[in-house]
Design a protein around this ligand. Structure first.
Ligand code: C2E
Ligand code: MG
Ligand code: MG
Ligand code: MG
Length: 284
């Protein structure tokens, strides 16, 4: 092929690669269009407090209503959005929409809960990030205590002056931070102490095989104790069974999210759940 092609660029650019690049570009263009045409939606998953079974928060999770292919989850488009930089306007939309929706729930008396937003590292590390969040807070007029920002350990590991300034600046405005997927990175105790975070979210890969798997049991127990030592709330993700729930209760976990209580649901469905003021059955 290289010989026939005659141009150097064709030598390594096989038809299969060509197709992958094209597919990526197609998705990138479709994502841009999706944002313009309002095809994104936020679904909400409750966070349940183990002490009383109340819904004490929610996490907003991005969904794409594709006109031909139906619902598409973030795993299938966030990586391309991150590579292309489109994640910045997408995360911006998510922030605005969460604040708008939460204020609307408050105004209509549906309920008052903090709502968590997932942020891409690519977005958080931008120098204008802090100002963009502050602008959303100012424009919507929401009390910052109703906004939680979830960051992964990897972002926080490079705790440069810029990242610390962003965290502290937003924290001083009243925004809360959570470390998402906790345990999958390499946090050191020293760094945890310095960060203005208020919540650790135990990654669901550690919750899946408890009780039973001694390593995972030890990890979950250690994270909960770490949270207690540092005065951080500990949330377990991916709780699917009664046995997992009771295990987390015994260890003194603060709150949980997972299919055992509720899957992420469209705003209108989540609103019904909030209005009921119901309590989930938790610890025996
Ligand atoms: P995450 O923040 O760790 O979110 C938790 C994921 O676990 C969600 O997947 C949720 O639907 C799923 N989940 C919740 N409970 C259970 C359970 O009991 N069992 C199982 N098997 N799964 C459960 P989802 O919605 O597909 O989101 C995947 C990831 O995409 C998120 O992980 C987050 O990192 C990212 N993401 C979601 N929304 C956004 C967004 O608005 N912006 C950015 N930048 N990333 C987002
Ligand atoms: Mg999250
Ligand atoms: Mg997570
Ligand atoms: Mg995750």
């Amino acid at each position: 092929h290289a010989k026939e092609a005659g141009r150097d660029t064709y030598r390594f650019f096989t038809p299969a690669m060509n197709e992958r690049v094209r597919a990526r570009l197609r998705l990138e263009n479709r994502l841009r269009q999706a944002l313009e045409q309002g095809e994104f939606e936020l679904w909400y998953q409750p966070r349940v407090r183990l002490a009383d079974g109340c819904i004490c928060g929610a996490e907003a999770l991005l969904r794409w209503r594709h006109p031909e292919e139906g619902w598409i989850g973030p795993g299938d488009f966030i990586p391309v959005a991150e590579e292309s930089g489109l994640i910045v306007p997408i995360d911006q939309w998510v922030l605005e929409e969460v604040c708008r929706q939460n204020l609307e729930w408050q105004r209509r008396g549906v309920g008052e809960i903090p709502v968590a937003v997932n942020l891409s590292a690519r977005d958080f590390r931008r120098p204008d990030f802090r100002d963009r969040v502050v602008r959303v807070l100012d424009d919507t007029g929401i009390d910052p205590r109703w906004l939680e920002l979830e960051l992964t350990e990897s972002v926080l590991l490079q705790h440069t002056d810029e990242i610390m300034a962003t965290l502290q600046g937003l924290r001083s405005r009243g925004v809360n931070f959570a470390i998402d997927d906790f345990g999958t990175g390499y946090s050191s105790l020293a760094y945890l102490k310095q960060l203005p975070v208020s919540m650790l979210k135990v990654d669901r890969s550690f919750v899946r095989d408890v009780p039973g798997d001694p390593n995972d049991e030890a990890i979950v127990k250690a994270v909960i104790e770490l949270g207690q030592v540092f005065g951080l709330q500990v949330v377990a993700e991916g709780v699917e069974t009664e046995a997992q729930l009771q295990f987390l209760c015994r260890l003194g976990c603060d709150s949980v999210q997972g299919f055992h209580f509720s899957r992420p649901q469209p705003a209108a469905e989540f609103e019904k759940l909030l209005r009921q003021r119901g309590k989930f059955a938790t610890c025996d």
